[in-house]
Design a binder for this molecule. Structure first.
Ligand code: KG4
Ligand code: ZN
Length: 366
């Protein structure tokens, strides 16, 4: 259903990794989602090269903003605010987005909202499934993060329950794809190969699932090593590597741990809704297993469509619109990119009055 025109119209810019994303949202309605990816430029390195990503953002920024405005059929002057990922992410890449957002917001005379990338990944689900229940449990799994977050208020209160202690889930997919000679990024290739394989063929280890292990933390480096060793041993013995079975068994181990811990977090905290976001949420086995385990536990599962799970500007616009709707104050004009912005900081508020005074004093006397 179209939302009324008095819902905030917000443009969101995302440049934390290799996607230049610009989204336009009115309230909970997605009007445009323009993405330019530099992923092909990183493929031959098997991972994202920060300097290459920053340069690509710079080149793609203005055309992507113009494309989003044209797709949405709105004028920049109609916007109620400009939101941008302030962190976490690659410092140089973030800086391009923050600088662009400042320039547009300042030139247009609109408020600027520096928001958290992780909270945006959660908030994007509002564009697909309507308002997020409060609290919502979120499992964020991408190339950069694997986190379990409890979100009583997506604009102001997001609490980390656990995270990976080594590799992110997506990183493990990318590395195992390389071991198996599949393409980059590895997730979609493993997902595809696994369809022809037996998930029970090889029992790979499930990290941090012992009785004394942290209930909500993840570890994928042991799994990664186990898979690599298994493959190496086959090759050393001159035997063929059953790629589909290895892919399916590896994927099974990842999906098993992620869904078990996420459902447990819901139960332990009395939360009835689980959302899964980030690039790995596109994984077909993870989605199917989460669906079954949530049903068994009486938890409602919300997973946005794959295009909204991977990095995009719509998610930033969605959180920006929510900030405006809930009357959260904008960021200051000296907003800076923070590559390690803590997840609890859903947005970067303007400095308090005292701090502004100090800044003025500094300017006066220095
Ligand atoms: O959220 P995203 O686009 O960027 C980051 O913030 O990292 O996530 C990218 C990650 C990559 O590691 C990619 O291999 C993984 O998401 N991915 C998948 C699938 N599609 C993307 N992993 C497993 N199965 C998939 N179908
Ligand atoms: Zn992300």
């Amino acid at each position: 259903m179209p939302e009324s025109r008095d819902q905030p119209l917000v443009l969101g810019i995302e440049t934390s990794c290799d996607e230049t994303g610009v989204g336009i949202v009115r309230g909970h309605t997605l009007l445009a989602d323009a993405v330019a990816s530099s992923v092909d430029e990183h493929a031959r390195f098997g991972g994202v090269v920060p300097e290459v990503a920053s340069r690509a953002h710079l080149e793609a920024m203005v055309p992507t903003i113009e494309r989003a405005l044209a797709d949405a059929g709105v004028k920049a002057s109609d916007l109620d605010g400009v939101a941008v990922t302030a962190g976490p992410g690659l410092a140089g890449a973030l800086l391009v987005g923050v600088s662009a957002a400042k320039a547009y917001a300042y030139a247009l005379g609109k408020p600027l909202y520096g928001v958290n990338h992780l909270a945006s990944h959660i908030c994007v689900d509002q564009l697909e499934h309507g308002p997020l229940p409060e609290p919502t449990m979120a499992l964020l799994v991408s190339g950069g993060h694997s986190s379990l977050l409890l979100a009583p208020d997506i604009t102001a209160d997001v609490r980390p329950l656990g995270a990976t202690i080594d590799d992110a889930a997506g990183e493990a997919f990318d590395k195992i794809a390389r071991v198996l000679g599949l393409g980059f990024p590895g997730g979609p290739f493993i997902d595809k190969a696994a369809r022809e394989g037996d998930p029970a063929a090889i029992r790979f280890p499930r990290g941090l699932t012992g009785p004394r292990d942290a209930a909500y933390d993840f570890s994928f480096s042991g799994l990664k090593t186990a898979v690599a060793r298994w493959v190496e041993a086959r090759r050393a013995a001159g035997e063929p590597v059953p790629v589909a079975d290895v892919a399916a068994s590896f994927q099974e181990a990842v999906a098993d741990v992620l869904t078990k811990k996420a459902v447990r977090a819901c139960k332990d905290n009395g939360v009835g809704h689980l959302m899964i976001g980030g690039g790995v949420a596109a994984n077909s086995r993870l989605r199917a297993m989460a669906q079954r385990r949530c049903e068994d536990a009486g938890v409602v599962l919300r997973v946005p469509r794959p295009g909204l799970c991977t990095d995009n500007g719509a998610m930033v616009a969605a959180l920006g619109a929510e900030m405006v709707a809930r009357g959260r104050g904008p960021s200051a004009w000296d907003l800076s990119a923070d590559s390690s912005l803590p997840v609890e900081e859903t947005h970067v508020p303007a400095h308090d009055h005292v701090h502004e005074e100090e800044l003025r004093k500094d300017n006066l006397y220095s």
